[in-house]
Ligand binder design. Sequence first.
Ligand SMILES: Nc1ncnc2c1ncn2[C@@H]1O[C@H](COP(=O)(O)OP(=O)(O)OP(=O)(O)O)[C@@H](O)[C@H]1O
Ligand SMILES: [Mg+2]
Length: 247
Amino acid sequence: MSLPSSPSDPAAVRLTGVVKAFGSGDARTLALKGADFTAAQGELHLLVGPSGCGKTTLLSVAAGTLEWDEGQVDLFGTRLNDLSPSSITAFRRRHIGFIFQQFNLITTLDLVENVSVPLLLNGTRRRDAEDKAAALLARVGLAGRERKRPSQLSGGQQQRVAIARALVHEPRLLIADEPTSALDRETGHQIMDLLATAARSPGRSVIIVTHDPRTYSYADRLTEMEDGRVAGVHHGPALKDFISIHH
Ligand SMILES: Nc1ncnc2c1ncn2[C@@H]1O[C@H](COP(=O)(O)OP(=O)(O)OP(=O)(O)O)[C@@H](O)[C@H]1O
Ligand SMILES: [Mg+2]
């Protein structure tokens, strides 16, 4: 699905009053309690907050992978509320990359095949897809390991495969749930450089959930969540103050 050209430069992501409950009866958990969240185009946006506050839930709604109960979700000016489930899937395949908290690699495929999946889903020929996948694996430091299976890699290496897979189709929106959690210092900075470059390209955006203070200096904007809601947004000098307090 093509996107409308955006003369008014709408937000990459805008969630308005989003409510999401899991379960029912005594087991009902209200994970999002009317969350208002905006991520601009051309920015690397961090999402922080205590465990269980709703970060993964919010990003799953923004990625179109989780249905929500109330509120509006707009991506690059397209209202997901108005799309059918199959249109949301088509939109997601074309425009969104997602790095999951548990990497979700396909264990029966080798690394090149794993990274090729988003391109194949969008109709790229296998040869071209695998060439692109191999080039991106090299950029995340995995050259020479293309034909290994995920189970033959360390946690940090698997995380880098997941990052390559999320970037390979050059999505307009990249959503990453703790992309540096399993990485050493040096690799973590390489990956953040790669993500920041993707974020600051015109018409693109990257949103990262993180508990890792090493990522803070890469942020253009930072949203704090608390108990199912957005509790604060920091940018400019206020973001510098936040970083100096929490680093
Ligand atoms: N599939 C699910 N079924 C039931 N409850 C869920 C489900 N997913 C999340 N929850 C609940 O929703 C709330 C928010 O969870 P979420 O995973 O969004 O938190 P989080 O901020 O990502 O936490 P963490 O930092 O630990 O990853 C939690 O209370 C959690 O137990
Ligand atoms: Mg989470």
